[in-house]
Design a protein around this ligand. Structure first.
Ligand SMILES: [Zn+2]
Ligand SMILES: [Zn+2]
Length: 232
């Protein structure tokens, strides 16, 4: 499924940029984007938005500033008049157009990390963008008159946030992965225990589906199972 509609009529559309998801949230006359995809998919993203008759996006919320989520922020700011919102802890990365480098969590990611240590840092760069910081005072409050709130869900990166829509659907960035069925721990991240406590906070929102930055939606029971298996 690529579209979700909440009980109060807020629509969430998933735009799949090959390996990274961008979500468009519309309702009450507003249009928000959660994440922007990698810069290599700029034309694809613009085409998808125009196909949906979207020429202006009021706000873009970045779940974090890795290149595959923040790559098109500058483009959207310039061409769609978007206010770009990011957790204050990661505003500096956005200004520089540089991803923070998370450590490998899984054994596979740790091998990848060692292999990647000689890789051109340019791979992690993206067009820099002047952010409209997401003030901490706006956290957990309804946003743009929509039934949308932003909550801090650190662990994958220091300023990772999730967007909760109508207490039904949460857009969680890389706080969860939806690529390998049943295993939601992101392969890379700063702090596993922080990730688990972010999962617990997300479950407490009452949402029953969690839409990640990569792969498919994760159900509440799947999150509970992962918490249990990592805590034992
Ligand atoms: Zn990431
Ligand atoms: Zn990612």
């Amino acid at each position: 499924m690529n579209t979700w509609i909440t009980k109060n009529g807020i629509q969430i559309h998933r735009i799949i940029c090959l390996y990274a998801n961008v979500y468009m949230v519309t309702g009450h006359g507003h249009c928000l984007l959660v994440d922007t995809g990698p810069v290599a998919f700029q034309k694809f993203l613009a085409r998808q938005l125009r196909r949906m008759d979207i020429y202006r996006i009021h706000g873009v919320i970045l779940t974090h500033t890795h290149y595959d989520h923040a790559g098109n922020a500058a483009f959207l700011q310039k061409n769609f008049g978007s206010r770009i919102m990011v957790h204050p802890a990661e505003a500096g990365y956005l200004k520089k157009g540089l991803s923070s480098v998370p450590g490998g969590i899984t054994a596979f990611a740790q091998v990848m990390e060692r292999l990647a240590s000689g890789i051109e840092p340019k791979m992690l760069e993206f067009p820099p963008c002047e952010p409209d910081k997401l003030p901490v005072s706006e956290f957990n409050k309804p946003f743009f008159d929509m039934l949308v709130t932003v909550m801090a869900t650190p662990g994958h990166s220091p300023g990772s946030v999730s967007v909760v829509v109508d207490r039904e659907v949460a857009l969680v960035g890389d706080c969860m992965f939806g690529v390998v069925p049943g295993k939601i721990l992101p392969p890379f991240g700063d702090d596993v225990s922080q990730i688990i406590s972010s999962w617990q906070q997300l479950l407490a929102t009452g949402c029953d589906i969690f839409l990640p930055g990569h792969g498919f939606g994760v159900s509440g029971p799947a999150v509970e199972k992962n918490i249990l298996s990592l805590s034992s």
